[in-house]
Ligand binder design. Structure first.
Ligand code: F6R
Length: 610
C-alpha cells in the first residue's frame, strides 16, 4: 500500500526521502515521487511510474534540494499507475500533499471544486484534498488550520503529509485510519508510514492516533487531537536497527524469511513457555481471568492470517473442546452476526494495520464479546493498541510481500493460545507438557525441512509452464493446502486453488487432466488412507500428482506420482511443518518464471485500504 515519508531539517532532506521510499518499497507500489521546497521557497517535484530506482535516476539527472519535503510510493486505487496520478499532488504551485488511504466522498468534493474553478490534473481521490487545503488557505493563511478544516470535509481513511511554499519550514501531518509515525531527530523531524523508513535517521518515534494532526517545524512538534486540543502522545524507542531490511546474502527477502523461520519460531516461544507450561500472562495481565470465562472463540483475519485462524479452529475444538468459528474479516465486518458474552474475539494480522481486520475488531468491540485479543507481529500497530489482550509474534520485520515467517509464528501463537484456554477446560498438566515439548521441537524440525530445498527446486521445474494447479488437503491440512495455493498464485501468477480432498469428485475433478498438476499434503494421520483414495481418483484421470508425505506415510513415487518424503513425524505441529515445503515450492516456481518475488504485481504488504 502507499508509503509516505516527509522531513523538516536544516540539511537537504532529499536523500532521507529517497532512502525512506526505498525502505517502504516492500509495502507494494507502482509509482513514486517527491517534492521539496527549495532554498528560493519554490516547490520542486519529480515523479515516475515504476520503481524508486527510476526516481533516483531522475533525481540524479536533476537533483532537488531543500530542508522541507514529502515523498510517496503509490499503490493505485483511483486512477491508473502513471505519472500524473503519482503523488505528491500540487495545487497552484503552492501546496504539495501526499496521501495514503481512500477519500470516499472525493466525487462530491471534485464536483464542488470544479464548480469553483479548480482544474484537475489527475484521476485520483487525493487531488481534492490538496485543493481543499489551498482553498482553506485563502481565508486563513495558517497551514495547520487549513489542514484541520480540510480533514473536516473528508470521509474515509487518510494519512497526510502537507507542505506549503509560502510557509517553507513547516510540515503538517494528519492521520485517520491509515498509519503514520513521527520520527524525532536532533533539530529535525520526520514522518513516515512505518518506522523502517526512518531507522537510518532516528530510533525515536511517536505514533499518531486517529484524528491527530501534527504541526512540525525543525525545532518544534505539536500534536493536536480531532478537537484541535494539544495532546501528549508517548515516545517509543525502537529496538530495530537500520539493517533489519537487508537480504543477508539471500537472493530475495522471501527466501531469507523462509530460512529464518527456525529462529523466528524460537524467538516467538522465548519466555512464553517455561518448565513445560505456557505463560498465560504473555497475552496480557488479565488473560488468565478472561481465558477462564471463554466458552467459544471467534477469529477474524485476512489472507494468510485467515488461514492461520482456520488451523487454530481445528486445534481449539480438538484440544480445548471449545467451539471456534473463523471468518474473513472483510466479510465479517458487514454481516449481522450473533454474539455471546462468553465469546473471545481474536484478530490475527502480521502488520496490525489491515483495514478490514481493524474494522472487524472495531465492530467486535461494540458487539458484546467477552474480550478482544490481537495476535500481531508489530507492537505499536493499530490492532494491538485497540485490543484488550495482545500476543506479539516475534518474527521480526517481514519484508517479502508473501507472508512466510509471519504465518508460522502466528500458528505458534495460536497454539499457545489454545493451550492457555484449554488449561481452564480440563487440559491435564501432562498433556500441556507434551504440547509444549512439541512446540519446543519446532525450530529444529523446521530447520531439517529446509534441507529438502534442492528436491523441491527440482520439482518446481514441472510447474513453470503450467497455468493452473490444484492443492488438496484434509482436516487441518486443508488450510495448509489453501496457504500453499495462495503462495503459488501470488508470487508465480499461476492460477491455483485448494480443495478438501473429499470434495474433488463433487466438481473440481472435471478440471483434472495431464496438464493440471495436483499438489497434495499427505501427513501420516487418520485421514491418510482416505486421502490416498482421493489421489487415486486424480491418477485415474491422467492428472500428475505431487505429494508431500510424512516419512511414515508409506507412499512412493511411481508413474505420474512425484513424492517428496519429508522428515516429519506426525503430531500437532505437522500443519506448521507441512507449510515449509509449500513455501519453497512457490518460491522456486516463481524464481524459474523470473517473477518479482518480493514485490509481486498488484499486491501490497500492508493493506491499509478496504
Ligand atoms: C499473503 C499475504 C496476505 C496477508 C493479508 C493480511 O502472503 O501476506 O494475504 O496475509 O493481506 O495481512 P495482515 O496479516 O498484515 O493483516
Amino acid at each position: 500500500m502507499c508509503g509516505i515519508v516527509g522531513a523538516v531539517a536544516q540539511r537537504d532532506v532529499s536523500p532521507v526521502l529517497l532512502e525512506g521510499l526505498k525502505r517502504l518499497e516492500y509495502r507494494g507500489y507502482d509509482s513514486a515521487g517527491l517534492a521539496v521546497t527549495n532554498h528560493d521557497n519554490q516547490l520542486q517535484r519529480i515523479r515516475v511510474q515504476g520503481k524508486v530506482n527510476e526516481l533516483h535516476k531522475e533525481h540524479e539527472a536533476s537533483p532537488l534540494s531543500g530542508g522541507t519535503g514529502i515523498a510517496h510510493t503509490r499503490w493505485a486505487t483511483h486512477g491508473k499507475p502513471n505519472v500524473s496520478n503519482a503523488h505528491p499532488h500540487i495545487c497552484r504551485d503552492q501546496v504539495a500533499l501526499v496521501h495514503n488511504g481512500i477519500i470516499e466522498n472525493h466525487e462530491q468534493l471534485r464536483e464542488q471544486q470544479s464548480a469553483s474553478g479548480f482544474e484537475f490534473k489527475s484521476e485520483t481521490d487525493t487531488e481534492v484534498v490538496v485543493n481543499a487545503v489551498y482553498e482553506a488557505l485563502q481565508s486563513n493563511p495558517d497551514l495547520l488550520h487549513a489542514v484541520f478544516d480540510t480533514t473536516k470535509q473528508l470521509h474515509g481513511a487518510y494519512a497526510l503529509g502537507v507542505i506549503n511554499s509560502a510557509d517553507p519550514e513547516r510540515l503538517i501531518a494528519a492521520k485517520n485510519g491509515s498509519p503514520l509515525v513521527i520520527g524525532i531527530g536532533i533539530g529535525e523531524y520526520f514522518i513516515a508510514s512505518d518506522v523502517f523508513a526512518l531507522l537510518p535517521v532516528t530510533q525515536q518515534f511517536i505514533f499518531l492516533e486517529d484524528g491527530d494532526i501534527a504541526d512540525i517545524t525543525r525545532d518544534k512538534l505539536t500534536i493536536y487531537n480531532s478537537e484541535l486540543e494539544i495532546v501528549d502522545r508517548p515516545l517509543n524507542v525502537s529496538e530495530l536497527n537500520a539493517d533489519v531490511a537487508d537480504k543477508a546474502g539471500y537472493r530475495h527477502y522471501m527466501l531469507k524469511e523462509i530460512f529464518s523461520q527456525p529462529n523466528a519460531i524460537a524467538e516467538s516461544l522465548e519466555n512464553r513457555v517455561i518448565d513445560g507450561q505456557v505463560i498465560t500472562n504473555e497475552f496480557g495481565q488479565d488473560a488468565d481471568s478472561i481465558f477462564s470465562q471463554v466458552k467459544s472463540v471467534k477469529i477474524a483475519a485476512c489472507g494468510t492470517s485467515y488461514h492461520a485462524g482456520l488451523i487454530a479452529a481445528y486445534w481449539m475444538e480438538e484440544i480445548a473442546k471449545i467451539p471456534c468459528h473463523v471468518e474473513i474479516a472483510s466479510e465479517y465486518r458487514y454481516r449481522k452476526s450473533v454474539v455471546t458474552d462468553d465469546t473471545l474475539f481474536v484478530s490475527i494480522s502480521q502488520s496490525g494495520e489491515t483495514a478490514d481486520t481493524l474494522a472487524a475488531l472495531q465492530l467486535a468491540k461494540q458487539s458484546g464479546f467477552l474480550s478482544t485479543l490481537a495476535i500481531c507481529n508489530v507492537g505499536e500497530s493499530s490492532l494491538t493498541r485497540e485490543s484488550d489482550l495482545v500476543f506479539l509474534t516475534h518474527a521480526g520485520p517481514e519484508i517479502g510481500v508473501a507472508s512466510t515467517k509471519a504465518f508460522t509464528t502466528q500458528l505458534v501463537a495460536l497454539f499457545l493460545m489454545v493451550i492457555a484456554i484449554a488449561k481452564h477446560n480440563n487440559l491435564s498438566t501432562e498433556d500441556e507438557n507434551t504440547f509444549v515439548k512439541q512446540l519446543e521441537s519446532l525450530p529444529g524440525r523446521v530447520n531439517q525441512l529446509l534441507h529438502h530445498k534442492e528436491e523441491i527446486e527440482t520439482m518446481a521445474k514441472d510447474f513453470a509452464d503450467k497455468h493452473h494447479a490444484l492443492f488438496l488437503g484434509r482436516g487441518s491440512f486443508l488450510p495448509i493446502a489453501m496457504e500453499g495455493a495462495l503462495k503459488l498464485k501470488e508470487i508465480s501468477y499461476i492460477h491455483a486453488e485448494a480443495y478438501a480432498a473429499g470434495e474433488l469428485k463433487h466438481g473440481p475433478l472435471a478440471l483434472v487432466d495431464d496438464d493440471m498438476p495436483v499438489v497434495a499434503v499427505a501427513p501420516n494421520n487418520n485421514l491418510l488412507e482416505k486421502l490416498k483414495s482421493n489421489l487415486q481418483e486424480v491418477k485415474a484421470r491422467g492428472g500428475k500428482l505431487y505429494l508431500f508425505a510424512d516419512k511414515e506415510s508409506d507412499v512412493e513415487s511411481t508413474e505420474g506420482v512425484y513424492v517428496i518424503n519429508l522428515n516429519v513425524v506426525y503430531d500437532f505441529m505437522a500443519p506448521i511443518l507441512h507449510t515449509i515445503p509449500l513455501q519453497l515450492l512457490a518460491y522456486y516456481v516463481a524464481v524459474i518464471k523470473g517473477a518479482d518475488i518480493d514485490q509481486p504485481r498488484n499486491l501490497a504488504k500492508s493493506v491499509t485500504v478496504e
